[in-house]
Design a protein around this ligand. Sequence first.
Ligand code: ADP
Length: 456
Amino acid sequence: MIADMNPDDIERKIADHGIETVKIGTPDMDGVYRGKRVSAKQFLDGYEGEGFAQCDVLFGWDIAEEVMTGLDLAIGSADTGFADILLRPDLQTFRVVPWEPSTAAVVCDAYTEQGDLLAQSPRTVLRRVIDRGRTMGFEPAMAVELEFRIFREDQESLREKRYSDLRPLNPGYNCYSISHASIDDDVVGSLRRYMDAYGIEVEGYNREHGEGMYEMNLRYEGALEAADRGMLFKSGAKEVLAQAGAVPTFMAKYSDEMDGCSGHIHQSLWHGGSNAFWDTADEHHMSARMRAYLGGALKTMPELFALYAPNVNSYKRYVSGSWAPTTATWGIDNRTAALRVITGSAGAIRIETRVPGADVNPYLGFAACLAGGLHGIEHGLKPPAPLQSDVYSVAGLPPLPRTLEQAIDLFEHSAVAREFFGDAFVDHYVKMRRWEIEKHRRAVTAWERARYFEQV
Ligand code: ADP
């Protein structure tokens, strides 16, 4: 955790590191870090003011930067003149970028021109849920574990090859191979070292299952800090790997022949300096609060699923028997269940939500985990008995949405979503995702051509 940075610390850092450029950005709906680069002078002149002006189209276009027309959006549309929002730096996130000369980065909160936190912003949504937990006496600790595939490609070659038949960083299946991770140290080890210097601790990492695939586990932190780190890690990995002639992808499922990439979320609630999930007296050391949190997380999983699986592609990862969950289930140290309870010790007891893919927007994934859990505590919900066998082989378990369309229909009508995230966010998100569904519905894919071209 970067301890309480104040304006003096910022000014000293800028001077000590000879900072000339500051990246000021905020997560968009997809969790992409977007904003501008300003000179150090411009930053120093404005960082304590009302915020840096930024066109609100950040919230009005899709991931391919096509402006979403005809949706009657409350922000980011021609109807409201693509007005400005204000990016106000969160000083606690200020950090020197170790792989770029004389450059620093900061994460901002988005505000309206009237000076209110922008209700549609994912960082605002996570703040709302954290505040709600605080009123109940809890401070959440969270972490995201990211899997990603690395290719020896660049921006041009990806396009020339139409994102197919790419050259992986390493061929073959060498999961957990120590020697193969060492062979890749110049690329992947250097990413870890840069992240460490950037203030993003990677607790550990390993070669994952399939060509070019790695997993990095980020250390748990307070929920907002952990979400910032998740976003900054993904953004930074793209920058660092480009310097090594490589590109990562955090797509949930890059190829139908290979495993998907997960973005598991670890979480615990803290109360008065101790982990509120722990109870020495319980047979599994699980407190009543932890059980209620689990009950809420399970009950709300289908209706909040659209935040865990935000893209059409996310749903390709959920294949029975694939380690990616297809039912709302839990178990103690059971990696076939959606929620894996890890009872380790009084400090480490936690829940791992195994639903999200690496394409998750960390702010929204965290918000969904916490909202479900806090809802469970507020209503004293009880989870069913844990499942300790292969859940894929058990019939009759509560299913999870199979498509973005199903997930977004549930999300739109979720009272929990509206209560915890607010109508302005829910309505905006629903419209954006329906736009995405429609884009996909019209796309004719390579699979369709190969399958039907000659036969029908
Ligand atoms: P894996 O799922 O890869 O086996 P582990 O079960 O070892 O991973 O979990 C490691 C993750 O759990 C790390 O991201 C770590 O920071 C996080 N973690 C450890 N303790 C806590 C806690 N009390 N609350 C939230 N996350 C935690």
